[in-house]
Design a binder for this molecule. Sequence first.
Ligand code: FES
Length: 199
Amino acid sequence: MSDTPIDSEKRTWLIATSCAGVVGGVATAVPFVSTFQPSERAKAAGAPVEVDISTLKPGEKITVEWRGKPVWIVRRTPEQLAALPKIDPELADPKSERHPEQFTPPYARNEWRSIKPEIFVAIGICTHLGCSPSDKFTPGPQPSLPSDWPGGWLCPCHGSTFDMAGRVFKNKPAPDNLEIPPHMYLSDTRLLIGEDKKA
Ligand code: FES
């Protein structure tokens, strides 16, 4: 597994550290900061991944890898949050009531499907056949999307669409909302992905 971040689309470099790791902010031509990962053996065992989200701006997404899966972290804008309740009638499972034990931990069973409204954390794998959906955060008409598109994700494989809370729209092949992984805040700016209980 390389330290190369997954999110090539926005060229956003992840900031993942081991629990003992230290991240220093470094400004370069691209928003590269620094990347430290747990050892290969620890990662294979599913070690939690610590992420510094201090530089994540509204409307931006970073991707980290946990247990071989892409985990998205998005700082949603006030507009994106305000749109969520209005989309409910168009969704297959707006309240995340299907298989909540598998897809939505208790602390994410709310309108925004997250601990803090603005910070969305989800596994970036479509619940249909496992493709990784593409970012389509800009609302409005665009190819492959409805004219009233509110912003979210489009799975390129068979056209499933998800809103900015990872909730799948009605009549799409994906049967469930995107999975929210276990996670917790270590501080206001540090997330731990893969664990949600304090030691
Ligand atoms: S894998 Fe996403 S729609 Fe089929």
